[in-house]
Unconditional design. Structure first.
Length: 649
């Protein structure tokens, strides 16, 4: 999607009239969100410099101009694009990353990172040329028209406030030469050089046709991590890491190198919500560190991702080799100290205290992983803890790392690549499910989510979108899963009588997420967490309902075979308020996690009719008056009228 689209003449006229920044502000507000004053000011500053650059007869007036182009399936926007034809009549687009930096420093550790003042502090960020190149690569990956129409993409960076140093300039040091060759950088005194770069690729105007072709081009299917795993292990670059993903990736590699040199234990904690690339970074790190001959394990508590990865690698690697790469978090209580060079812990929020089949082995999985590895990285999202056994909070990881006298590093991931790349979808969903109150009251972004009126409609929608085996139904764990029926396709675990609907849970054998026939089986939080699909249908069971203008939870509606709330009955006798808080948060976190598994679209069916109507209202952007409800005030929050914790917990 393009926020502003014109030709060079239209851009120059709007800029000279002083209305361009206001037009951008209006378009952003109408399509996305409120613009900040700093963002508006940055447009005024940077676009004035771009006007100076292209205000020349060598740049054709009918060349296309786009500002703030949103890259498909991501939350990233390209600052400035110019389109036209080169001297050989080849369609070309110049991609310009605009920066207002006046100072920056080289980062000696890692590749393509620099240090500058952003976000009210000095931070490591990708080199502007890397950012421009990665955005161009992302556009090429996702937009089919770029390839079918043979459109050349030519990225560069323009730092119009940055004065290049006469000697030893940090941003053009030899260590950045490779990325500078891919995307040249232009500084304060380089306006004529930038004009020449543009003119080399845009000699003739296209009357906005090329940018129109790109903006309306077919979006390629998103790459699936599990499908690209073998290629990544073979050394191929399947995923271009951008912005904060690149920073985290390079910082982890740098941490590993420092530990190799000084033998000091290090721990890095990376916070990131659903779809921010935690698993992609984890697998990229695994592949790179293996290539560097480091003893590296990819670790998860949840078996589902490991089962999928093992199934995908079967036949190309031996079973023992696969098992040595992908490890259960409960296997380190007998490990030797520092036997690993690095432990990569994905879904770290799912780590438990005890290990073993009966939960009676070891002391603390976090402590054991840190002890057994020279350095470790934990990817964590506190809002994806979905059982009473989950202890992997940022606070607990910090506590264990400090006790073991490790050097601690922290970072976070914000870029969104699921839910059609919408950063605000997660915040909107938190507000809708009343996990926490946010400013995102209405659905003001481009993600395909809707509520259906029957489970049959939900199943039909999933089946119709399963052409590439990338659509699944997942449900809240409110229906039993009898052991003796777990491989019986005729047995229907999920029964919703008023709709004459029945469906099996995923079978005990096979890998539900990738088995072609499993589209007719429902997954649950335990088989879906850590994975993603193009299309996801969610059945919200009776443990979540709507009453008295509140989204409420009822833990008694959970199936007896689900262990998520185990131990809360005992806790409710000594501290009922805390027990209620834990149960409520787990149920909300469960549906938050399930509703963020879909990359392209999500459909929801609610057993509770009132909850379904409430979700429809929120999706259709009808304002809801919440009165004085504070969703985090558990003193006022009801779990369920007259509900007692079931004896099974």
């Amino acid at each position: 999607m393009i926020i502003y689209h014109s030709d060079v003449k239209g851009f120059k006229d709007a800029q000279m009239s002083g209305i361009l920044a206001d037009q951008l502000d209006r378009q952003v507000r109408e399509n996305f969100r409120q613009s900040s004053q700093s963002e508006i000011q940055s447009w005024r500053n940077s676009l004035a410099y771009m006007h100076m650059v292209i205000n020349d007869p060598s740049i054709p007036d009918d060349a296309g101009v786009a500002i703030e182009y949103m890259i498909p399936s991501s939350s990233k926007r390209i600052d400035f694009l110019l389109s036209g034809y080169d001297q050989n009549d080849k369609a070309s687009v110049v991609i310009i990353e605009l920066k207002q930096w006046s100072e920056a420093e080289m980062v000696t550790e890692g590749n393509d990172l620099v240090e500058t003042y952003v976000g009210k502090g000095i931070r490591q960020v990708p080199h502007p040329s890397y950012q421009a190149w990665s955005y161009a690569s992302l556009l090429e990956d996702f937009n089919e028209a770029v390839n079918t129409q043979r459109i050349g993409l030519y990225p560069c960076a323009y730092l119009h406030n940055y004065m290049r140093k006469k000697n030893n300039d940090p941003l053009t040091d030899d260590k950045y030469q490779e990325i500078l060759n891919k995307a040249p950088m232009f500084a304060q005194t380089d306006a004529l050089k930038l004009r020449g770069f543009i003119n080399r690729h845009v000699r003739q105007g296209d009357r906005k046709k090329i940018l129109y072709t790109i903006d309306n081009g077919r979006i390629r299917p998103s790459k699936s991590l599990q499908d690209r795993l073998q290629s990544m292990l073979d050394g191929n670059q399947e995923f271009i890491m951008i912005d904060d993903q690149k920073v985290v990736y390079e910082r982890v590699l740098s941490m590993a190198e420092k530990t190799k040199r000084d033998n000091k234990k290090r721990v890095m904690i990376v916070e990131g919500g659903p779809g921010t690339g935690k698993s992609v970074i984890s697998i990229n790190l695994l592949c790179e560190l293996i290539a560097r001959d480091r003893v590296t394990h990819y670790i998860t508590k949840n078996a589902a991702p490991r089962q999928v990865y093992k199934a995908k690698l079967k036949g190309s690697l031996s079973i023992s080799s696969i098992d040595n790469l992908f490890k259960n978090s409960g296997t380190y209580y007998e490990a030797n100290e520092n036997e690993l060079d690095i432990a990569i812990v994905d879904e770290a929020h799912r780590l438990n205290e005890k290990s073993g089949l009966y939960g009676n082995r070891g002391e603390n999985q976090i402590k054991e992983i840190i002890t057994s590895s020279k350095c470790s990285v934990f990817f964590v999202d506190d809002d994806q803890r979905i059982t009473t056994s989950d202890i992997g909070t940022k606070e607990e990881i910090l506590k264990q790392a400090q006790a073991l006298e490790a050097i601690i590093l922290t970072d976070s991931l914000e870029s969104q690549f699921r839910c059609n790349g919408s950063d605000s979808f997660i915040a909107w969903l938190d507000d809708v499910l009343q996990v926490r109150e946010t400013a995102n009251k209405i659905l003001d972004f481009d993600y395909d989510i809707d509520v259906v009126d029957s489970p049959h409609e939900l199943l039909n929608w999933v089946e119709s979108n399963n052409r590439d085996n990338k659509a699944r139904i997942i449900a809240g764990y409110c229906w039993e899963w009898p052991k003796k029926e777990r491989s019986n396709p005729e047995y229907k675990d999920i029964v919703i009588e008023e709709y004459d609907f029945g469906m099996s849970w995923n079978f005990d054998q096979g890998v539900w997420a990738i088995e072609p026939d499993s589209v007719n089986q429902a997954g649950c939080i335990h088989t879906a967490q850590g994975l993603e699909f193009d299309y996801v249908g969610v059945i919200i069971g009776p443990d979540l309902y709507f009453k008295d203008d509140k989204v409420m939870t009822d833990s008694s509606k959970r199936a007896k075979s689900d262990q998520s709330l185990r131990g809360l009955k005992k806790k409710s006798k000594t501290n009922p308020q805390e027990a209620e808080e834990i149960a409520d948060r787990i149920i909300r976190n469960t549906y938050r996690t399930l509703m963020t598994r879909g990359m392209k679209a999500c459909r929801v069916f609610c057993v509770d009719d009132a909850l379904g109507e409430y979700l429809k209202q929120r999706i259709s952007a009808i304002p809801i008056d919440y009165g004085d409800l504070d969703v985090l005030d558990y003193g006022q929050l009801k779990i369920a009228d007259g509900c007692n914790f079931d004896a099974r917990y």
